[in-house]
Design a protein around this ligand. Structure first.
Ligand SMILES: Cc1cc2nc3c(=O)[nH]c(=O)nc-3n(C[C@H](O)[C@H](O)[C@H](O)COP(=O)(O)OP(=O)(O)OC[C@H]3O[C@@H](n4cnc5c(N)ncnc54)[C@H](O)[C@@H]3O)c2cc1C
Length: 367
C-alpha cells in the first residue's frame, strides 16, 4: 500500500519549506517534503532585504529567526555606471537592515520550524518521476530508491532544475543565460575586508560584474557573473584565469589582494519563467517557478513569498476552489514581467561600455 498525502512538496529549500509551513498554518497537515540533501553542502544566495521580515512574520517564524543571529546587512557599495563607489544603505528603510545569511543553516532552520509544527520531511531522499492516473490520489510519485507515494497535489520546489514541472511538460522560458563563478576566502587573511563586513560590494566590468560579500562563518565570497561564451573565452572556470581576471578589478582586488581562494563553484544564474508555473494538480514555487538575476538579491524573498501564496491557493484547491490557483499562476507571470522592467532599468544605469555584447543584450527593452 502506497502512503497517501494531500500534498507532496519536492525540495526543502526556502520555497519548499515556506510552502509546507504555510500549509500547516492553514490546517493542511497531511503533507510531505522530500529533500535530496542533508543540508550540509554549501548553498548559494546569502543576502536578504529588510522586507523579508514581513514574510517571516507571516510564516510565524520571525522570533525564532532573530534567535538565529544571522549577521546584519546594512546595504551595498557599488561601482555601477562609474568608477567611483556609490553607497546604498538601508538606513531609511522602515523595516531596518537586511541580513547576510548562513544559507545552509537558514535552510536547515526552516526545515526545523516545519518539523516543530509536526510537518513530515524526508532528508537524503530524491524525487525521480511521477505519473498521473485515475486513483483518488492521482499523482503517483516514484523516489530514486524505487519507493512509491501518492498525493492529490504536488509542489515543485526543486529550484532551477524544476524536476516536477518538466514531468508535466512545462517549459522554461529563458530570458538570459547568466552564469556565475564563485570562490570563498578565509576572512581572517583579508584585513581590509573588515570595512565591508556589513555591506556587499558590487563592481561592473566590461564583460559582466563582480560581487563580494561576507558570510557569517568568517568567509568572504567573491563571484563573477557573465555570459557562458565569456566564461569559456576567458576560462573563468580555471582558478588561475579567475584570479587573473579578479586582479584586474578596481575595487575587489585591493580587498582580496593575494589571499588564496577555495576551489571555484559554478552556478546557473539565468532569468527564466516556467510556462506554465501551475496547472491541474501541481504548481511550482521559488526558482522552479521563476528565477531572477542574482543582482536583484530577491531570490529567497520571492521563494518565501511564493510559498505563502501557493499554500493559500492549494488550500482552496483542496476545498474544490481552483480559482486561486489561476490567480497564483497570473501573479507569478506579472511579478516576472515587473522584474524584467526593474532589471532593464538597473542594467541601463551602466553606460560605460556601449560596444560590449554583455551590456547591449541587457539594455534592450524587456520583451
Ligand atoms: C550566484 C548566485 C547568487 C545569489 N545570491 C542571492 C542573494 O544574495 N540573495 C537572494 O535572495 N538570492 C540569491 N540567489 C538566488 C537564490 O539562491 C535562490 O533564488 C533561492 O535559493 C531559491 O530557493 P528555492 O527554494 O526556490 O530553490 P533552492 O534553494 O535551489 O532549493 C531547491 C531544493 O530542492 C532540492 N532538490 C532538488 N532536486 C531534488 C530532487 N530530485 N528531489 C528532492 N529534492 C530536490 C535541493 O536539494 C534544494 O534543497 C543567488 C543565486 C545565484 C546563482
Amino acid at each position: 500500500m502506497q502512503p497517501l498525502y494531500d500534498v507532496i512538496i519536492v525540495g526543502g529549500g526556502p520555497a519548499g519549506c515556506a510552502t509546507a509551513i504555510a500549509l500547516h498554518n492553514l490546517g493542511v497537515s497531511n503533507t510531505l517534503v522530500i529533500e535530496a540533501s542533508d543540508y550540509t553542502a554549501p548553498r548559494i544566495g546569502e543576502s536578504i532585504p529588510p522586507d523579508s521580515r514581513q514574510l517571516l512574520e507571516k510564516l510565524g517564524i520571525w522570533d525564532a529567526f532573530t534567535a538565529q543571529k544571522h549577521a546584519p546587512c546594512l546595504g551595498s557599495y557599488s561601482s555601477w555606471g562609474s568608477d567611483q563607489l556609490g553607497f546604498n544603505d538601508y538606513l531609511f528603510n522602515p523595516q531596518g537592515h537586511g541580513w547576510h545569511l548562513n544559507r545552509a543553516s537558514f535552510d536547515k532552520f526552516l526545515a526545523l520550524q516545519l518539523q516543530k509544527r509536526g510537518g513530515a520531511l524526508l532528508k537524503n531522499t530524491h524525487f525521480a518521476s511521477l505519473i498521473r492516473d485515475k486513483h483518488a490520489y492521482p499523482i503517483k510519485v516514484t523516489l530514486r530508491n524505487n519507493a512509491e507515494l501518492r498525493c492529490r497535489f504536488i509542489v515543485d520546489a526543486s529550484g532551477r532544475s524544476a524536476k516536477v514541472a518538466r514531468q508535466f511538460d512545462a517549459k522554461a522560458n529563458i530570458e538570459d543565460q547568466l552564469v556565475a563563478v564563485s570562490a570563498y576566502f578565509d576572512a581572517s587573511n583579508i584585513s581590509s575586508a573588515n570595512s565591508y563586513r556589513q555591506m556587499t560590494l558590487l563592481e561592473a566590468v566590461d564583460y559582466g560584474w563582480w560581487y563580494l560579500a561576507h558570510l557569517p562563518n568568517k568567509q568572504v565570497i567573491v563571484t563573477v557573473a557573465t555570459d557562458p561564451a565569456t566564461i569559456q573565452q576567458k576560462q573563468l572556470k580555471s582558478s588561475v584565469h579567475w584570479q587573473q581576471a579578479m586582479q584586474q578589478t578596481l575595487h575587489i582586488k585591493p580587498i582580496i589582494n593575494q589571499a588564496a581562494p577555495s576551489r571555484l563553484h559554478t552556478w546557473v544564474a539565468q532569468s527564466a519563467i516556467m510556462d506554465p508555473p501551475a496547472a491541474e494538480h501541481w504548481l511550482a514555487v521559488g526558482d522552479a517557478a521563476s528565477s531572477f538575476d542574482p543582482i536583484s538579491s530577491q531570490g529567497i524573498y520571492k521563494a518565501l513569498n511564493n510559498g505563502i501564496d501557493a499554500a493559500a491557493a492549494i488550500t482552496d484547491w483542496l476545498n474544490d476552489d481552483a480559482q486561486t490557483i489561476n490567480q497564483y499562476r497570473n501573479s507569478v507571470a506579472s511579478n516576472f514581467i515587473q522584474y524584467l522592467g526593474q532589471k532593464a532599468y538597473f542594467y541601463n544605469e551602466e553606460q560605460r561600455w556601449p560596444q560590449s555584447a554583455f551590456w547591449q543584450k541587457r539594455q534592450q527593452p524587456p520583451p
